[in-house]
Design a protein around this ligand. Structure first.
Ligand SMILES: NC(=O)c1ccc[n+]([C@@H]2O[C@H](COP(=O)([O-])OP(=O)(O)OC[C@H]3O[C@@H](n4cnc5c(N)ncnc54)[C@H](OP(=O)(O)O)[C@@H]3O)[C@@H](O)[C@H]2O)c1
Length: 340
C-alpha cells in the first residue's frame, strides 16, 4: 500500500510534538516534512526543538532539516497537517488551499464555516462526505475542550433537557508551549480563558449538526460554559450539569456510553480506541493523574441524578483527543471513506 505523505506545520509546539510522536511509527501515514516559524527553517529538528514529549525524539526526525510553511515547500505532499497558532494559521492555510494543497488543521480560524467539516470522527465522520466532489480538501479539528466535552453528549442532546452547563478545568498545555508564565499559574487557578466560553457551545452545535446541500447545519443546543485554567500539565476536566424534568435511566445511559463505537464499521483505523468513552463507577474517578496518559478515550464518572440535575465529570487528554490524535484519526477515517 502506498503511504499517505504528510507534512506538519507547527512541529515544535505542544500539538506538533505530540503529532511527531503519534506519526513516528504509523503504518500508512508517512510524516516526511516538518516546519515551524521561519527562524527554524533549515535547522535540524532535534537541535532546534525544545522537546518535552515523553521519551526521546523519534530517531527519524532528529536530523530532519526543517522547511518553511509556504506552498513552495509544501506542494509535494498529499496532506499538510497544521498545528499553527490561530494568528499564523489563517494566512498560511488559506495560501496552501489556494495552491491546491489539502489541509487538516487544529487552529481556530474557519472552524465555524459551514462548508468546512469540524471533525471529531466518532461523532460526525459523515460530515466528511461534503468533501467528496472537492479537488482540494480542508478539514478543521475542534478546540480541545469542545472535542472532549462533546463526546458523551450525544444521548443527552436527544433528551428533553432545559439547559446543559459545563464548567471546564483546563490544563496548562492547552495554552501552548509558551502559553502561561509559571508565576501566573503555579499554585493558582485563573477563572478566565479568552474565547473558550463562546467557542465550546458553538463547536459542539456544529459537531452535532447535519449535512444539507453540501454544508453543515448546526444543531440547536442550549449549552453554557465557564472555563478556568488549573495548574495541571495535561488533561481537561469538565463538570457537566444537565437540567432535566424527569430522572433518566442512568444504567441505560451508562450502557449506551460504554457501547458507543460508531467507527467499528471501518477497518484499519489504527488510532480509534475500541471504546472511545470509558465509564467509571468509582466515586473518585476520573482523575488527571490516573486517566489522561496518551489515550484517545474520554473518561466519564460520577454519573448521577439529584434535584432535577443529571451530573457527570468528563476528562480527556487535550493533546491527543483534543488535537493531535483527532487529526490522525481524521486522516485514517478519510482514507477508509476513499476521500484520500
Ligand atoms: N495545546 C492544546 O491542547 C491544543 C488543543 C487543540 C487545539 N490547539 C490548537 O493547535 C494549535 C497549536 O497549538 P499548540 O498548543 O501546539 O501551540 P504552540 O505550542 O504555541 O506551538 C505553535 C507552533 O506553531 C509555530 N509557529 C508559530 N508562529 C508561526 C508562524 N508565524 N509561522 C509558522 N509557524 C509558526 C511554532 O513554532 P516556533 O516554535 O518556531 O515558534 C510552534 O511550532 C493552535 O492553533 C491551538 O489553538 C491546541
Amino acid at each position: 500500500m502506498d503511504k499517505i505523505k504528510v507534512s506538519l506545520l507547527g512541529a515544535t509546539g505542544m500539538v506538533g510534538q505530540k503529532m511527531v510522536r503519534l506519526l513516528a511509527d504509523h503504518p500508512y501515514i508517512d510524516l516526511v516534512k516538518l516546519s515551524a516559524s521561519d527562524s527554524r527553517t533549515g535547522k535540524e529538528y532535534g537541535r532546534t526543538v525544545n522537546w518535552i514529549e515523553q521519551g526521546p525524539i523519534p530517531e527519524r526526525y532528529r536530523n530532519m532539516r526543517m522547511v518553511s510553511s509556504t506552498p513552495e515547500d509544501q506542494k509535494d505532499v498529499d496532506y499538510v497537517l497544521s498545528a499553527l497558532p490561530p494568528e499564523a494559521a489563517e494566512g498560511v492555510e488559506v495560501e496552501l488551499i489556494k495552491n491546491g494543497i489539502n489541509v487538516i488543521s487544529n487552529a481556530s480560524p474557519f472552524r465555524m464555516s459551514k462548508d468546512i467539516p469540524l471533525l471529531n470522527p466518532e461523532l460526525n465522520f459523515e460530515h466528511l462526505k461534503i468533501l467528496e466532489e472537492r479537488d482540494t480538501k480542508y478539514v478543521k479539528n475542534p478546540n480541545c475542550t469542545s472535542a472532549i466535552m462533546a463526546m458523551p453528549l450525544g444521548e443527552i442532546l436527544d433528551m428533553p433537557y432545559k439547559r446543559i452547563s459545563i464548567v471546564s478545568m483546563q490544563a496548562i498545555s492547552g495554552a501552548g508551549y509558551s502559553g502561561l508564565p509559571y508565576m501566573s499559574i503555579d499554585d493558582n487557578i485563573i477563572p478566565y480563558i479568552h474565547g473558550e466560553e463562546e467557542k465550546i457551545p458553538a463547536e459542539i452545535s456544529k459537531m452535532y449538526g447535519s449535512v444539507r446541500d453540501n454544508n453543515i447545519v448546526n444543531r440547536k443546543t442550549r449549552i453554557n460554559v465557564t472555563s478556568v485554567r488549573v495548574p495541571v500539565k495535561i488533561g481537561h476536566m469538565g463538570i457537566i450539569n444537565v437540567e432535566l424534568d424527569e430522572e433518566p435511566d442512568l444504567e441505560k445511559l451508562k450502557e449506551k456510553m460504554k457501547n458507543f463505537a460508531p467507527l467499528k464499521r471501518f477497518s484499519g483505523l489504527y488510532s480509534a480506541p475500541p471504546h472511545p468513552i470509558i465509564v467509571h463507577e468509582e466515586e473518585d474517578r476520573p482523575q488527571n493523574a490516573l486517566d489522561t496518559f496518551n489515550g484517545m478515550e474520554v473518561h466519564v464518572g460520577r454519573i448521577s441524578y439529584r434535584d432535577g440535575i443529571l451530573r457527570m465529570v468528563v476528562l480527556g487528554n487535550n493533546l491527543v483527543r483534543g488535537a493531535a490524535g483527532i487529526t490522525v484519526l481524521t486522516m485514517e477515517t478519510m482514507k477508509q471513506m476513499n476521500l484520500i
